[in-house]
Design a protein around this ligand. Structure first.
Ligand code: NAI
Ligand code: DQA
Length: 290
């Protein structure tokens, strides 16, 4: 037997979380540091919990000895009401994906945003970030926009199939980052928007195994435009492959996936993981078809 001070018991709360690679990434890294660490999916549907009951599930997890959880779709916003404390960025974003359970208190963090920030710094060091165009303003897109603005992007243009969503995101981010220009645009105008952009960030499901295809026409890409995709199943999306072939600097979605896991691991254990090793492990898991 071990106490909560001697070992880590971590969960992933959300819907459809069984195929997640995050538990394996955490556990393998913990093994390398010789710490006792178990990471279990806590699937809402399997456990017959409604998303709105995420607070009850969190309290149950605390009673069962969990020391932390990651939280994913559709609970990242809903969980905010159950928190006792949250980091400044988490409060500003209004969404948490990591909750530490400390002395019965729930402390929220958002490593989606910090994971994308570190992904950008690691995978695309030194790129110009004055003008960035982003397609997709959903869950991943919100964290990515926040990370881009926190990284110093001065002009961020956002489009989404759901025009109202893009407008709402642009308005709330403008309020959070008053020195930056954050605007929503019609996705039909993406050619003009990309024309004078430094980078393009893609955050819609287009390109996933289940939604194959290109989110923008290849003719709109050019070698001096960097391209970041959040999709990582497959890792080599049509966008990533096309952009790389054209000579663009490219960031695949695996960098963000590993970044969020590495940052959560640090928060949970206080140990800095070996991010390159985690990335190699991630690539192995993807190559195995996990
Ligand atoms: N790399 C990572 O760590 C993560 C990657 N993801 C990936 O990001 C992608 C998006 O996931 P979420 O943001 O959670 O989904 P979501 O459903 O919250 O948001 C997707 C957004 O894309 C918009 N959209 C869909 N098709 C579009 C199109 N053709 N043009 C413009 N907008 C379009 C939707 O209206 C919606 O606002 C998925 O492939 C998911 O697997 C999600 C979370 C983390
Ligand atoms: O949204 C995601 C993806 C995730 O749920 C996963 O399955 O890898 C893990 C979460 O920490 C992260 O916020």
């Amino acid at each position: 037997m071990s106490t909560t001070h001697e070992s880590h018991l971590v969960g992933l709360i959300g819907q459809g979380v069984l195929p997640s690679l995050t538990p394996a990434l955490h556990e393998r890294e913990a093994d390398q540091h010789r710490i006792r660490y178990l990471y279990r999916p806590l699937d809402l549907d399997i456990m017959s919990y409604e998303p709105t009951q995420v607070g009850s599930l969190l309290r149950a997890a605390a009673e069962f000895g969990y020391t932390a959880v990651n939280v994913t779709h559709p609970c990242k916003q809903l969980v905010m009401d159950a928190l006792d404390e949250a980091s400044d960025d988490t409060q500003r974003l209004g969404a948490a994906n990591t909750v530490l359970i400390r002395d019965g208190k729930f402390i929220g963090h958002n490593t989606d945003f910090s994971g994308f920030s570190s992904a950008l710094a690691t995978g695309l060091p030194g790129v110009a970030v004055d003008r960035v165009v982003q397609l997709g303003a959903g869950g991943a897109g919100s964290a990515v926009s926040y990370a881009l603005l926190a990284a110093g992007v001065s002009s961020l243009s956002i489009a989404d199939l759901d025009v109202a969503r893009a407008e709402e995101r642009a308005a709330s981010l403008s309020a959070l980052f008053p020195d930056a220009s954050v605007t929503a645009f019609d996705r039909g105008d993406i050619g003009a928007a990309l024309g004078n952009a430094d980078g393009f960030v893609h955050a819609t499901p287009v390109g996933m195994h289940s939604h194959p295809g290109m989110p923008v026409e290849a003719s709109l890409l050019r070698p001096d435009l960097w391209v970041a995709d959040v999709v990582y199943r497959p890792l080599e999306t049509e966008l990533v492959r096309t952009a790389r072939d054209l000579g663009c600097r490219v960031l695949d979605g695996g960098y963000m996936a590993v970044g969020q896991a590495a940052d959560a691991f640090t928060l949970i254990t206080g140990i800095s993981p070996d991010r390159d090793r985690m990335r190699r492990h991630f690539l192995e898991l993807i190559a195995e078809g996990r």
